[in-house]
Design a protein around this ligand. Structure first.
Ligand code: XMP
Length: 507
């Protein structure tokens, strides 16, 4: 068992960032509901607890609270933003609404004599995002940080190992936030840093072997990072017992299906590629509504998977590439939730399997990528950008045909060739075949042809994004290559919309 830091969730948007930054310091972390009981915490025996921020005000009657007993277990606690306010109020301090809120990066003066800020410059920039503030500290607490508008920007009761910060050390905007978290883990919680991904592989291999006990396992490969890493791990753990079904719906990008086949047919597993291109195309013939296309493709994916898995006998286990954020976001009980959103559609719960294996369910995406590299998967697969389950079918606007898919594939390949090598690449980029035709001129001929839209975005979480300010020179080259290499494209446009109000995908 690794040493554990519990991150207790009070609704803050940064809970995953906190848990990930703890793991970045080689300490294992898990996110739990803020209201978890002290007895459950004792059972889990963490070396430290972090209380997240959240949107509530401590003085509103229905604001979330932790179990007060947590503060007297002798386990170090770090309250962040709302977490600090709640801790201070519950221990007899006072929280007030400030005259003005404090939002953005501000300069703070920190007491470097505190174990929390050891080795950090006295004056440093911190990210603030609050209106309420701790007005009066509880007995036994002292201020260890202040800003121009916030007297108690950080506090401690070192004897009781209770610490609070009004700012957000987990974000990159807080200059020395990483060090403050590291100090909490190593100086205050006494962590030894025993969480390593190398050990993770060995531990999982053992636990998969134990659970499977010589039986067979089936996995639906989508070509995405999670299912690919899951397959690589399983093929190492139980070579000869794993069957992977890759349903090629025909909406993958250029050569993508073949690349997936090339990677996995080399591994010790049984790889079944179902070429269902025509079946999927005929199902969405004449359909132009985006939601209908998604639903039809998702439903058809399930039917193909069911048909194929029914042909296989004696496979009691289903493996899924569920990752930790899937579990946290679905609000499910830890470890007990079966992923309901699959890459395509969602596999139904009534498939005839006696057990489900989810070997990545405690990992964040970046950890899954690291694991994939350690397991020898190629960079192209491990660093793959997000790709929607319905694939290019929702990047061809309106009705999808084989001809339109070919145009889009060609344009998309050109875009990727131009951007893949960039030093600071956008986080996601692709082309869309619009359903508009425009007049053009090629040689002496007047044309009336397709419009390709280029989408390239900067984002961390894909919940919001900015369009990428690609250099005009590169945009010009992309445009001239697409229009000259793709005979049926007469125009290329660049999407300069952020999300919101637009989404990343066009459909
Ligand atoms: P939107 O268009 O909602 O996309 O702003 C946000 C991110 O999600 C990806 N995306 C999908 N991923 N199945 C997926 O696995 C889907 O149906 C799907 N639709 C959108 C999109 O590419 C972007 O990264």
């Amino acid at each position: 068992m690794n040493e554990l830091i519990l991150v207790l969730d009070f609704g803050g948007e940064y809970k995953e960032l906190i848990a990930r930054s703890v793991r970045g310091h080689s300490v294992y972390s898990e996110i739990r509901q803020g209201g978890i009981s002290a007895s459950e915490v004792k059972r889990l025996s963490p070396i430290g607890i972090i209380l997240t921020g959240g949107p509530s005000s401590v003085y509103s009657p229905d604001s979330p609270r932790c179990d007060k007993e947590l503060f007297s277990l002798g386990i170090p606690v770090l309250g962040i933003c709302y977490g600090m306010q709640m801790m201070c109020q519950m221990l007899g301090g006072e929280v007030r609404r400030g005259e003005r809120g404090e939002y953005g990066v501000v300069s703070a003066e920190l007491s470097t004599g505190s174990a929390l800020f050891k080795g950090i410059p006295k004056n440093s920039a911190v990210l603030m995002s609050h209106t309420d503030r701790v007005n009066k500290l509880p007995d036994g607490f002292a201020a260890i940080g202040k800003t121009d508008t916030c007297e108690n920007a950080a506090c401690e009761n070192a004897g009781a190992k209770l610490y609070g910060v009004q700012f957000h050390p987990e974000t990159g905007h807080t200059e020395h936030g990483r060090e403050a978290i590291k100090n909490f883990l190593y100086n205050i919680c006494g962590a030894s840093g025993d969480y390593k991904l190398d050990d993770y592989i060995d531990k999982q291999i053992n636990s998969i072997r134990q659970k499977v006990n010589g039986e067979k396992v089936l996995l639906a490969l989508s070509g995405g990072v999670d299912s690919a890493v899951c397959a690589a791990l399983l093929s190492k753990a139980i070579p000869g017992q794993l069957t992977c079904i890759f349903v090629d719906h025909g909406f993958m990008r250029q050569n993508e299906g073949d690349e997936i086949e090339a990677v996995f047919s080399k591994r010790k597993l049984r790889f079944i590629r179902v070429n269902a291109k025509d079946r999927f195309l005929s199902k969405i013939k004449g359909v132009s509504d985006p939601e209908s296309k998604r639903k039809i493709i998702g439903g058809e994916f399930i039917r193909v998977f069911e048909e194929e898995s029914a042909k296989l006998k004696n496979i009691p286990f289903l493996a899924q590439g569920t990752i930790y954020p899937d579990i946290v976001e679905s609000g499910g009980k830890h470890g007990a939730t079966i992923k309901s959103h699959h890459n395509v559609g969602g596999l139904p719960k009534n498939l005839a399997f006696t057990g489900v294996i989810e070997p990545l369910s405690s990992l964040f995406k970046d950890e899954v990528r690291v694991l994939g590299k350690k397991l020898g998967l190629p960079q192209t697969l491990v660093n793959r950008q997000p790709f929607p389950g319905p694939g290019l079918a929702i990047r061809v606007m309106g009705e999808v045909t084989a001809e339109k898919l070919e145009i889009l594939r060609g344009a998309d390949a050109i875009l990727r060739e131009e951007l893949d090598g960039m030093k600071r690449k956008p986080d996601q980029y692709f082309t869309v075949l619009t359903d508009t035709r425009t007049v053009g001129v090629k040689g002496d001929d007047r044309t009336y042809d397709s419009v390709i839209a280029v989408r390239a975005v900067l984002t961390g979480d894909f919940m919001t994004c900015d369009y990428a300010p690609l250099p005009h020179k590169i945009l010009g080259r992309i445009s001239s290559r697409i229009t000259s290499e793709m005979p049926s494209v007469s125009r290329v446009v660049y999407d300069i919309t952020s999300k919101p109000p637009a989404t990343v995908e066009w459909e």
